[in-house]
Design a binder for this molecule. Sequence first.
Ligand code: ADP
Ligand code: MG
Length: 333
Amino acid sequence: MGSISLQKVSKAFGEVNVIPAIDLDIQDGEFVVFVGPSGCGKSTLLRLIAGLEDVTSGTILIDGKDGTNLKPSERGLAMVFQSYALYPHMTVRNNIAFPLKMAGVDRAEIARKIGDVAQILNLTDYLDRKPRQLSGGQRQRVAIGRAIVRQPSAFLFDEPLSNLDAALRVNMRLEISELHYKLKTTMIYVTHDQVEAMTMADKIVVLNRGNIEQVGSPLELYHKPRNLFVAGFIGSPRMNFIAGRYAARFTAHTIGVRPEHMLVSIDAGDWRGQVTVAEHLGADTMLHVNVEGIGQIVARCDGNMPVKAEDFVYLTPQKDRIHKFDQMGDAVD
Ligand code: ADP
Ligand code: MG
């Protein structure tokens, strides 16, 4: 079991209100990602769930029971940090065994569990090494292993991949997704990286200044962002926003068009503009186009399109992919 429910949970540090009263339901077995810019309150929210911070008001239900005032160790949750927090003088085996020894589990049982976890995380050949003899990715796996052996009802990850280089991050992202598939345990994962959120989550919670802006599956957020914040945060390169008379034509204050929904042509289209930068990624090319009266627009076109800086191109927003927003920045149909 691993359902978690936040009911009107808020957090203030002294005078500073970091999380206003929020409600959130996390189902057993779900992979939930908290995503938002740095400082928006992701870690604070995770620490409230873990019990590392006290709530200012509200209730946290864990498996339907009031866990608001339980100590971290009584909540049945396991936290994995960006900084690994391994014991440097202990071998991998002893690092993983540590929580079991503390809990008084007998030696045979510890050995069996370590064997299982090492196999799941590909650490079998490294059990006798010290953390400093491991790569960053292996260290992170040890930290995850130490969480797994406790058989928590949910895993809480706080930006666990931020210290890794880009290629390794992609690998570990897949490994954590696979781990979730194998264990089917609730995971709450904090990141500022919307790509991690999109690729890993069953459910994404978009946070902005402690507020929940939207909760939904990756594709719900991509196709139906509820407001300008979510529209601009989810998707890369980010959505183009156009205000003024071009938006008024669509009876909206602002319209949004993603770069991949901007048709590019050499010959004809709605807007003519000059390419300032052409980023050739191979499979596709990102064109930064200066359109008079509108501004800088990013358009994704085929990688083979023969366009370079200073060329003129025509852009046409795909009509059925235009997002409309009112004066308050809320999406309208
Ligand atoms: P994130 O993880 O999204 O980057 P945090 O949850 O760490 O954001 O922080 C949210 C806000 O709360 C920030 O403005 C931060 O300065 C503030 N904050 C976090 N922890 C404390 C604390 N112990 N005391 C005072 N302010 C804090
Ligand atoms: Mg943080």
